[in-house]
Design a protein around this ligand. Structure first.
Ligand SMILES: [Zn+2]
Length: 213
């Protein structure tokens, strides 16, 4: 895949070939030397403010992609490449981005089967389903059989290894889905190392919109 050469700030998409945004026609922010040296200054500033930042970003990336696939830094950021090589991950790493991706994939899968978010929480976090069709508290679990619902939950918990907080309640689930969505669609969110939880969360979607999906 070719590297992005520019970025449309209003559509929040990267472009590889064009000078203008394919979607809205606006001029792109070019990823040129000037752009990267500006980014470099911001990264230096962020690293001065938070001495653990590089170490944390490196270990998050390695937990997602392994240690063999190193990031490619553009030439104006060669100093960052050197620092990256010299940085070792922190001893404790409670934040496991791959779990959030796993959870998001499972939720998307179960929603395609027709389960509501409340039903998904039950399926992923409990084994509390009798055999046969299950109907309770106005829920019908997409008419799936209880034994199938139990199997789905078991598969999920085996894959993840435990029951993450993001499948225990709706707001945690919303945080995970929003974070994964931003990681996938907004390269700047990755660059900034956004966390699932932060003090002033950027609400990219309102809770209402999400519950209507
Ligand atoms: Zn655009």
């Amino acid at each position: 895949m070719p590297a992005f050469t520019g970025w449309c700030a209003s559509c929040r998409v990267g472009e590889c070939y064009c000078d203008a945004c394919q979607w809205c026609g606006a001029a792109l922010l070019k990823f040129d030397e000037q752009f990267w040296s500006q980014i470099g200054r911001k990264i230096r500033w962020a690293m001065r403010k938070n001495r653990a930042l590089l170490s944390r970003v490196k270990s998050e990336r390695e937990s997602l992609y392994g240690t063999k696939h190193k990031p490619n830094f553009p030439s104006p950021l060669v100093w960052l490449h050197t620092l990256w090589e010299q940085t070792s991950p922190p001893p404790h790493q409670p934040f496991a981005p791959q779990v959030h991706y796993q959870v998001a994939n499972w939720i998307e899968f179960l929603r395609r089967l027709g389960l509501s978010k409340g039903e998904i929480i039950e399926v992923l976090s409990t084994a509390d389903f009798p055999d046969g069709q299950v109907e309770r508290q106005g829920k019908d679990y997409a008419k799936l059989l209880g034994e199938d619902l139990r199997k789905l939950g078991e598969d999920f918990r085996r894959a993840v290894g435990y029951v993450p907080g993001s499948v225990l309640d709706l707001s945690e689930m919303w945080r995970t889905m929003t974070w994964v969505d931003r990681q996938r669609t907004v390269p700047m969110a990755r660059l900034k190392g956004e966390r699932v939880r932060k003090r002033n969360p950027v609400r990219v979607r309102s809770g209402r919109e999400l519950s209507e999906n």
